[in-house]
Ligand binder design. Structure first.
Ligand code: FE2
Length: 236
């Protein structure tokens, strides 16, 4: 992935580009080959904006905990869980695919999928977002939902209606746009769907700012910071 050296902020990237970054393995060779199994690790991708850039919709405090503790926690757990296993050297997306639905791999799947989902979530938001989607995406949305507003409403309903923890997604199902929701760590990428954008509805995503008012959090995202350009890029 292209970055400015030392810069904490990345420009908006496509799904394919950030997946490559999320799958980056820091090889032991760089450290003189010391304990290669233990040294290989997935790396937390930088946020694509400053922690306070989404305020007041999402505060810097929430982003600080969400990105710095929760996202990092999933990634650290993943690195510990895969060390010394057949998954140690696999890219993140392959670990998600290889462990999905396997009862003896639930912990690895949960942490791998949550790592992937969160990287996708940060890209699904941007300062000054919301508004109207780019023309090509707008046409596809109108074909599937009738109007952009109908799409917004269906996405909001999925996010608000997801019982307990999970995610709401705009996806492409072999070219047809749909809204789906997933529980806990589950992700549409294991269901043959192409995610375009997502909203995290785990309480840690909004409770510091909105307490139990999930609908306010969801509607503020859709109105003000959803990144339609990222979704359009993911259409390919
Ligand atoms: Fe989260």
């Amino acid at each position: 992935m292209k970055t400015d050296h030392g810069a904490p902020i990345l420009p908006s990237v496509t799904r394919r580009e950030f997946l490559a970054a999320a799958s980056t393995v820091a090889g032991a060779a760089a450290f003189g080959g010391v304990d290669s199994a233990a040294a290989a690790a997935h790396v937390l991708p930088p946020l694509p904006y400053a922690e306070g850039a989404l305020a007041p919709v999402i505060s810097a405090n929430t982003i600080g905990f969400h990105y710095g503790r929760h996202h990092r926690g999933y990634l650290d757990n993943l690195n510990k869980l895969v060390a010394g296993t057949e998954f140690a050297d696999l890219p993140l997306e392959k670990i998600v695919a290889a462990t999905a639905g396997k009862a003896d791999r639930v912990a690895i799947f949960n942490n791998a999928a949550q790592t992937w989902n969160h990287t996708f979530y940060w890209q699904s938001l941007k300062p000054g977002g919301g508004g109207e989607p780019p023309a090509a995406l707008k046409q596809r949305i109108e074909a599937a939902f009738g109007s952009v507003d109908a799409c917004r409403k269906e996405l909001a309903a999925a996010a608000v209606g997801q019982f307990a923890s999970g995610w709401a997604w705009l996806v492409s199902d072999r070219g047809t746009l749909k809204v789906v929701r997933t529980g806990n760590a589950d992700t549409p990428v294991t269901q043959g769907l192409t995610p375009l954008l997502t909203i995290d509805v785990w309480e840690h995503a909004y409770y510091l700012d909105y307490q139990n008012r999930r609908a306010d959090y969801v509607n503020a995202i859709i109105d003000k910071i959803v990144n339609w350009e990222f979704a359009a890029k993911n259409l390919g």
